[in-house]
Design a protein around this ligand. Structure first.
Ligand code: ADE
Length: 224
């Protein structure tokens, strides 16, 4: 899987995507994640990417042309149009189902990160094929949202987690939240690990896990 991220802050994205599980998956070639500095595609000396909004209002708007040229460069290298997602609070909300759909339907994605008061609508109309929000709140830019998508989608790529089992038993597989987990010591602050987990009886353990998942889902996400 390949994901290209168009951003004004590639260093911030790289810092996050260079470590931990995603960093390892990149090194091992399971996923290719490439950041692109939108500013590099300006044609003015000041490398300005934003301007005042027509019609007034506060803040600045990201101009169409640098974004378009950056997007075109990525598509030229890919040999055709790539599914392009604009990270926006106005998009459909990211869920595990959406992450699974992106992983299943595309092997190449472009994520566009906006800043300031938004992006000139005309370039969005030309390049964007999907709008995704990570929740009903407003962030200062699309980078955090893009990183959330990369993480949620990349971990579904075979090999990325190393242990395929953890992708299977995770929260939301089968639409249930994950059961509680425990590790050593078996007593901590006077609290004991549930007896059944120490019993060695796998059938009882599996039944307990399932029951806990159902209880937790009923309590915390009844709509699931
Ligand atoms: N950009 C700003 N807020 C956002 C959100 N909630 N989701 C995705 N992108 C965003």
């Amino acid at each position: 899987m390949r994901i290209d991220i168009m951003t004004l802050f590639p260093d911030a994205v790289e810092a996050m995507m260079g470590s931990s599980i995603i960093g390892r998956a990149r090194e091992r070639g399971f996923v290719t994640i490439q950041t692109h500095q939108i500013r590099d595609y300006t044609t003015n000396k000041q490398m300005q990417v934003d301007d005042y909004p027509y019609g007034g209002g506060r803040g600045a708007v990201m101009q169409a042309d640098p974004l378009y040229r950056c997007w075109q460069h990525i598509c030229d290298e890919a040999g055709g149009r790539v599914h392009t997602i604009y990270m926006s609070p106005c998009g459909r909300v990211l869920t595990q189902q959406v992450a699974r759909e992106l992983k299943a339907q595309y092997d190449h994605l472009i994520l566009v990160c906006g800043h300031y008061e938004g992006i000139d609508e005309r370039v969005l109309e030309e390049v964007v094929t999907d709008y995704i929000s990570i929740g009903d709140y407003v962030l200062t830019g699309g980078e955090l949202a893009a990183m959330v998508i990369v993480d949620a989608v990349a971990r579904l790529v075979p090999g990325v987690l190393g242990n395929e089992q953890s992708a299977l038993t995770e929260s939301f597989h089968g639409e249930l939240l994950e059961h509680p987990q425990y590790s050593r010591p078996d007593v901590w602050h006077g609290k004991k690990v549930p007896e059944v987990l120490l019993s060695g009886n796998q059938k009882h353990i599996d039944a307990w896990k399932k029951e806990q998942s159902i209880l937790r889902t009923k309590e915390r996400r009844p709509y699931l």
